[in-house]
Design a protein around this ligand. Structure first.
Ligand SMILES: Nc1ncnc2c1ncn2[C@@H]1O[C@H](COP(=O)(O)OP(=O)(O)OP(=O)(O)O)[C@@H](O)[C@H]1O
Ligand SMILES: O=CNCC(=O)N[C@@H]1O[C@H](COP(=O)(O)O)[C@@H](O)[C@H]1O
Ligand SMILES: NC(=O)CC[C@H](N)C(=O)O
Length: 274
């Protein structure tokens, strides 16, 4: 019995945008296919040129990698290209009930586009992601505390603490001082935070690899249908991806599936209505 079988998943269509230095399309497509969704990978340039590119897709995924070589700032060039060529279409997709997931470079892109945190109508950049506080690009697994009260449809069925691979140079969330932080907290728009061994949110390196305040590792919009995070759920599909999987097996704690697969399944399940 596959615990991740989702009734109705075969009716779920996901669009995975690729190209321009993005490089996580294979594992992202594989993850969504594993939970039963119908997946189309398409070059961003083709999607931009086709006015109907988003039609029929309930989920649009912005994947990880190095779009435009991270020039100027990670996600900046891609976001500007999207803003003028696909911004309105993406807003309509979300208004019509569609989901958007941004992973790492994809999170950076949808933040810089202004799809997140999505507190005002239209594309409204209120936050940004900047260079990690120390040591630049950092590649290591992280622990995440999950806010299960968050409206985020991707994370609501996850356990309170999960682990995922993380690898980025520009993951520190910044925003102007003022009421915004409280709004994000009060509305539970921070579905995942870097956590220490006790499972508590942390700002301390290396549990928090970038110095993000409050351990913020991802954001969602108030609808819960737009979600972005720095770590890589598509890189933890199989239990054996975990660096300690043998010890987990010996302790009897090896999960049946990678926890990243569960996160992606959450989005598919929300669309399928399961
Ligand atoms: N270093 C920072 N510290 C605090 N808040 C920041 C910082 N950088 C950006 N922000 C906040 O995030 C918002 C979005 O920043 P971002 O740099 O993505 O776009 P921008 O300010 O519109 O810049 P640009 O004009 O270069 O497009 C800013 O308007 C600001 O409110
Ligand atoms: O993440 C964005 N894109 C993927 C990517 O380009 N990853 C690159 O592969 C290295 C191996 O990672 P490992 O699998 O050993 O952790 C990692 O450090 C990245 O440079
Ligand atoms: N893993 C990623 O997608 C990396 C994102 C971006 N290139 C960074 O280093 O911050």
């Amino acid at each position: 019995m596959n615990a991740l079988k989702i009734d109705g998943a075969a009716d779920v269509r996901a669009l995975v945008l690729t190209g321009y230095g993005l490089n996580c399309e294979a594992e992202t497509c594989a993850a969504l296919q594993t939970v039963g969704a119908r997946v189309t990978a398409r070059h961003v340039a083709d999607a931009i040129a086709d006015v109907d590119a988003l039609a029929g897709f309930q989920l649009v995924v912005f994947i990880g990698g190095f779009s435009f070589g991270d020039h100027i700032a990670s996600g900046r060039v891609f976001a500007n290209r999207l803003r003028f060529k696909m911004g309105e279409r993406l807003l309509r997709h979300v208004d019509d009930g569609g989901l958007v997931l941004g992973i790492c470079n994809g999170f950076q892109t949808i933040v810089k586009l202004g799809l997140l945190p999505g507190l005002e109508p239209g594309l409204s950049p209120r936050v940004s992601l900047v260079m990690n506080d120390r040591l630049g690009y950092w590649d290591a697994w992280v622990r995440l505390a999950v806010d299960r009260v968050s409206p985020c449809v991707f994370t609501r069925a996850l356990p309170p603490v999960i682990e995922l691979p993380s690898r980025h140079g520009e993951g520190k969330l910044v925003f102007e001082e003022g009421p915004l932080r409280q709004v994000l907290e009060d509305r539970h728009l921070i579905p995942v935070r870097y956590a220490d061994e006790a499972g508590a949110a942390t700002e301390r390196w290396p549990d928090n690899p970038d110095g993000s305040p409050g351990g913020i590792a991802g954001l969602c919009d108030p609808s819960g249908r737009v979600f972005g995070l720095m770590p890589h759920p598509e890189a933890y599909l199989y239990p054996e991806n975990h660096p300690h999987w043998i010890a987990q097996r010996e302790a009897g704690t090896l999960p049946e599936h990678g926890l990243g697969l569960h996160l992606l399944a959450g989005g598919v399940r929300a669309i399928a209505g399961g």
